[in-house]
Design a protein around this ligand. Structure first.
Ligand code: SF4
Length: 385
């Protein structure tokens, strides 16, 4: 009889900001625990030579074990790639015998960058050999108040500015997504890219109604729903669900006309909070400050709340991308203004509040931003003198 040797596994999330826990690592954790391996989760550790020297000289607490068989490092946005590389190189040096695996979205989008900077061939895409089919290990995040799942992977569209078709090239239905749901948590966040394109929509709604009966009080499709696929039939169907907020996107011309109708239809069927992602600073011909203003104004007129999202090229490890149709001043001021108004909860659907923040026209919008930029510059000057 052969007894399988227990493996020591480290799953690690490098230092970068993310409002959600690393789902891929949570699934890997379940996968290894099912094989009776020892799994340790660590995150956000700042590595430095000084710390290493200190650790060698002093008796101090260190979360790392002496030995690992496999170390998994996740990655997210490409502009956080340096942090991933730094972690991988640290672990390579500290644990030369461990197998180090780099995976996640950035690893899939810029694999050559990771190979060149760590010598490790990253894992691309989803781990279809096991972990992808596991439920997330919620014990790693005991304070998490929501379950996370996907009813589908991928998206049937392939918008040029979006990375989904690269890291999830096939549109896959996850028939058994309910196994991901922990019913002691009162909400579910779905990370679907395009739930409305799913032929299982009706089945999913029935399952969600059943979850609502046992206490799920909020459902969020946080990547947004496709306004081009939203019609009266779907509105009626999902009106039984406690989807809050209802999220759409208005990124380009293909959504114009559909988004206004979608917002109105959603309101008609009882959805009060409607957030709309709005891409800006992209290098596409249609994206300039005037068109950005047009989109947020249309959203405001229809009764939604815009949620601007700054574009960064999907294969760039440099987060400083500047579109030729925007300028540094406008981007800086828009960031400041969004940070200020959103953090103070001052963004509201009211027309007056919208005009107060963004102005009554594209010209006023730009003027307001340049004023904010100048004021900020003055403030920084005063601080430094
Ligand atoms: S519809 Fe959304 S998820 Fe699908 S490719 Fe376009 S931007 Fe990406």
């Amino acid at each position: 009889m052969s007894t399988k040797k227990k493996k020591n596994i480290l799953i690690y999330k490098p230092v970068y900001k993310d409002e959600f826990p690393p789902l891929g690592l949570m699934k890997i954790s379940t996968w290894h625990k099912q094989q009776s391996d020892d799994v340790q989760y660590l995150e956000n550790i700042l590595f430095s030579k000084e710390k290493d020297e200190f650790e060698k000289k002093h008796t101090c607490y260190c979360p790392f074990k002496e030995h690992y068989d496999i170390i998994y490092i996740t990655s997210l946005f490409t502009y956080y790639s340096k942090e991933v590389v730094q972690s991988a190189n640290y672990f390579r040096k500290r644990y030369p015998k461990a197998e180090i695996k780099i995976g996640g979205i950035a690893a899939t989008l810029v694999p050559d960058y990771f190979k060149e900077n760590t010598g490790i061939e990253p894992f691309k895409g989803l781990m279809m050999d096991g972990p992808e089919f596991c439920s997330p290990d919620y014990s790693l995040f005991p304070h998490l108040r929501h379950s996370i799942s996907f009813t589908t992977r991928g998206c049937p569209r392939s918008c040029s500015f979006c990375s989904v078709s690269l890291h999830e090239p096939e549109f896959i239905l996850k028939e058994d997504w309910e196994k991901d749901i922990d019913i002691t948590k009162n909400s579910i966040v779905f990370w679907d890219n395009n739930w409305f394109a799913s032929p299982n929509l009706e089945k999913d709604v029935q399952k969600l109604i059943a979850f609502q009966k046992v206490g799920i009080s909020q459902i969020d499709f946080n990547q947004g729903l496709d306004c081009r696929l939203f019609d009266e039939e779907k509105a009626k169907l999902i009106s039984k669900l406690k989807i809050n907020p209802m999220r759409f996107a208005f990124d380009d011309y293909s959504e114009d006309g559909h988004i206004q109708k979608a917002i109105q239809l959603a309101q008609q069927y009882g959805f009060r909070e409607i957030d709309v992602y709005v891409l800006y600073n992209s290098n596409f011909s249609w994206d300039d400050p005037e068109y950005f203003y047009y989109r947020i104004n249309e959203i405001n007129k229809a009764g939604g709340l815009s949620y601007p999202m700054r574009y960064r090229p999907i294969n760039s490890t440099n987060g400083q991308f500047l579109s030729p149709k925007w300028d540094k001043e406008l981007l800086r001021a828009l960031k400041l203004s969004l940070m200020f108004f959103y953090s103070k909860g001052m963004i509201s659907k009211k027309k007056e509040s919208f005009e107060e923040i963004y102005g009554k026209s594209p010209t006023q919008f730009k003027k307001k931003l340049y004023d904010i930029f100048e004021k900020d510059k003055e403030k920084s000057k005063r601080k430094s003198s």
